[in-house]
Design a protein around this ligand. Structure first.
Ligand SMILES: [Zn+2]
Ligand SMILES: [Zn+2]
Length: 343
């Protein structure tokens, strides 16, 4: 996660999601009416006010394939909901899994309410996930409430707890019950998250076969190789991949495991040995999910070192994957399957 962020909803966190949505509706309508009235188009304004919420920002580009970003946050570098939708427009992204991080343990805080708010504003673009402090005794009730409010999965699960902690297992078990996906940030080492992938992930995949576990971050991707350096030494190993890695085996044995290709961790692993990557994707074409985790605003990395993780990964995949139907799967259909549980 590149930078500290603040959550734009914090100042209004005590209000209900429906209140937030209706306040936003009022504000949007007032702004639109004021602007249109200024243009002397009062009659049109009344009509526009009825449809303003349905189509608040421009449509994505039409001439490209459908693209589903499986890993997007709203408030990277204080990015607003509207800027996040603009990032989707600029990158040709049709829809996105929008992932909150309520505890802010990675330097990021994004409330599930904020994501639900964005979903109410942009129901055709935002697929809302939820995440909340799993150390709280009422966590399962709160997740069930988010389920009723329209959330479609848990993520990004990123708290300083080892993977075999009973509280981590409890949310995986709940996802299994709800027929949901869960996106997990795997990062070994001190200060990491869900440590112990090599020892504990397979047990969950075996025990819970309905939940789709979407693997993300450094330690997940380090296991593309059979040669995994200790986390203390490197979280971003480079150079040729040693075949026979844990990911290849788990993906082969468990169709409910998916790869989130987003962020520097995904791109580093996929680009370190292109020949290996081409074979890796061909062996598991239904389990690869396009994702960005991109913090930029304009799809060109203007506010992020000149790099947009979204367009960078699109260009890379277009270059190394030659089978169009596999590209369509990676860019859209696999994420739909992971979301709906239709393997
Ligand atoms: Zn993330
Ligand atoms: Zn970007």
């Amino acid at each position: 996660m590149p930078q500290p962020m603040t959550d734009p909803s914090l100042s209004i966190s005590s209000k209900s999601v429906s209140n937030l949505a209706s306040e936003q509706t009022q504000r949007t309508r007032r702004d639109c009416l004021r602007q249109l009235a200024g243009w002397g188009a009062a009659a049109m304004a009344t009509q526009f006010a009825e449809t303003a919420l349905a189509q608040p920002v421009s449509e994505p580009k039409k001439d490209r394939r459908k693209l589903l970003d499986c890993h997007l946050h709203i408030n990277h570098f204080d990015r607003s909901v509207e800027d996040t939708i603009r990032h989707m427009d600029a990158t040709g992204t049709t829809k996105a899994f929008v992932l909150p991080l309520e505890t802010g343990e990675g330097g990021v805080t994004l409330r599930s309410e904020t994501v639900l708010h964005a979903f109410h504003l942009y129901p055709d673009r935002v697929i809302p996930f939820c995440q909340t402090d799993i150390r709280q005794p009422d966590v399962l009730e709160r997740i069930k409430a988010y389920h009723l409010l329209g959330c479609r999965g848990i993520g990004e699960q990123k708290e300083h707890l080892p993977l075999n902690d009973k509280r981590v297992e409890a949310v995986i078990a709940l996802c299994d019950e709800l027929n949901w996906p869960i996106t997990i940030h795997f990062q070994d080492g001190p200060g990491g998250y869900n440590q112990g992938l090599a020892d504990h992930l397979e047990a969950y995949l075996k025990r819970y076969q309905r939940v789709r576990i979407i693997g993300h971050a450094q330690t997940f991707w380090a296991n593309i190789s059979a040669d995994v350096p200790p986390a203390e030494k490197s979280l971003y190993p480079t150079g040729p991949v040693k075949p026979g890695g844990l990911l290849d085996r788990l993906l082969g044995d468990y169709p409910n495991l998916y790869c989130d290709m987003s962020a520097g961790s995904g791109f580093n692993a996929l680009s370190r040995d292109e020949e290996f990557t081409a074979g890796f994707i061909t062996r598991h074409p239904k389990q690869m999910l396009f994702g960005s985790d991109c913090p930029c605003r304009d799809g060109a990395g203007e506010n992020f070192k000149g790099t947009c993780y979204n367009t960078q990964l699109q260009a890379f995949l277009e270059r190394i994957v030659t089978d169009e139907s596999i590209l369509d799967d990676i860019f859209f259909h696999n994420a739909e399957r992971a979301l709906n549980g239709t393997a």
